[in-house]
Design a protein around this ligand. Structure first.
Ligand code: ATP
Length: 256
C-alpha cells in the first residue's frame, strides 16, 4: 500500500547518514576549473564537524552544496537521504526550508523586518518547523523569544527593532536564532562566530551544541578560528580532502 511504502521510505531515510558524497565534481562556471573534487565524504547523524581550510579552498561552496543552493553536475550528493543532485529547484527549496538551518557568512537577514520577524521566517516557509517551534514553546513567537534570550538578545526593545539598527555582532546572533528556529535536522554555519567577542563566542558555541543535542541535529561548522576545532567531534580539512586543490597546485608547478 502507498502509505506503508511512505512510512518505510521515511524510516529508511532517517537511518541514512546526514551527508554522503561520492565522486563529486563541482564548477561554478562551465567550462571552468573545478572548485571541489571529493571522492567520498560521510557525516553521520548527530555529528558535529568542524570544516577547516585556507581562504578559497571551497568551504562555503561545500556548504552551498549541502544546502542545495548549488548543484553538482557530476557525482552523488545525499543529504539526510535525499539525492540533491537529482532534485529539482523547487523541491530543493522546500527541502532546505523544512530540514536545514543555515547561518550565512553575510547573515542574509531581511533588513526592513524586525529581529523577531527575521527569526520566525523559517516558520513561514515550513509547516514542519512551525509545528516543532509550537511543540517546544507554545508559539513560534515564544520560541523566537526563547532563542533570542539564550543569545543574550532579549534586551528591552531589541526583538522589535529593525535588524538594520543592530551591530554586526548582534545581526550574527539574529542569523543564528533564525537557523535554530524549528529544530532543523542539519545546521550549517559559515563562520558564525567571526563578529563575536571571546565571551560571546564561548556562549554561542555552548548554545549551538545544546540546540544540536536537544534535537539530535547534525552540525557542519566552518571557521578560520582553529582554536575551536577541539570542541568538535571531528575536523574535516578541505585542503587535504579536496582533490581540486591538489590539481591546481600540480598545474601551477608544471606551469600549465
Ligand atoms: N557564487 C560563486 N560564483 C562563482 N565563483 C564562486 C562563487 N562562490 C565562490 N566562488 C569561487 O569558488 C572558489 C572557492 O570559494 P569559497 O567561497 O567556497 O572558498 P572559502 O574556502 O569559503 O573561502 P573563504 O575562507 O575566503 O570564505 C573561489 O575561487 C571563489 O572565487
Amino acid at each position: 500500500m502507498a502509505w506503508s511504502r511512505t512510512l518505510n521510505s521515511d524510516s529508511d531515510t532517517q537511518r541514512q547518514p546526514a551527508v554522503e558524497i561520492r565522486d563529486l565534481t563541482f564548477r561554478w562556471t562551465e567550462p571552468g576549473p573545478p572548485v571541489l573534487r571529493l571522492d567520498h565524504l560521510r557525516i553521520e547523524r548527530g555529528e558535529r564537524v568542524f570544516v577547516a581550510g585556507p581562504s578559497g579552498s571551497g568551504k562555503t561552496t561545500l556548504l552551498n552544496l549541502l544546502a542545495g543552493v548549488a548543484v553538482p553536475r557530476q557525482g552523488s550528493l545525499r543529504v539526510l537521504g535525499r539525492p540533491l543532485e537529482a532534485t529539482g529547484g523547487a523541491r530543493r527549496d522546500h527541502f532546505r526550508a523544512d530540514h536545514i538551518g543555515y547561518i550565512f557568512q553575510m547573515f542574509n537577514l531581511i533588513l526592513y523586518l524586525s529581529v523577531l520577524e527575521n527569526v520566525q521566517l523559517p516558520c513561514h516557509f515550513s509547516r514542519i518547523r512551525r509545528e516543532r517551534a509550537r511543540r517546544r514553546s507554545g508559539t513560534p513567537t515564544a520560541e523566537a523569544r526563547r532563542l533570542l534570550k539564550q543569545l543574550d538578545m532579549a534586551d528591552a526593545g531589541c526583538p522589535d527593532s529593525p535588524v538594520n539598527a543592530l551591530s554586526v555582532g548582534q545581526q550574527q546572533r539574529v542569523a543564528a536564532a533564525r537557523a535554530f528556529m524549528g529544530a532543523p535536522e542539519l545546521l550549517i554555519a559559515d563562520e558564525p562566530t567571526s563578529s563575536l567577542d571571546a565571551d560571546r563566542r564561548t556562549a554561542f558555541i555552548q548554545l549551538l551544541f545544546q540546540e544540536c543535542a536537544d534535537s539530535g541535529a547534525t552540525l557542519v561548522f566552518v571557521s578560520h578560528d582553529n582554536t575551536l576545532a577541539p570542541l568538535f567531534d571531528r575536523t574535516l580539512s578541505l585542503a587535504a580532502l579536496n582533490r581540486a586543490t591538489a590539481d591546481r597546485e600540480t598545474a601551477l608547478q608544471s606551469g600549465s
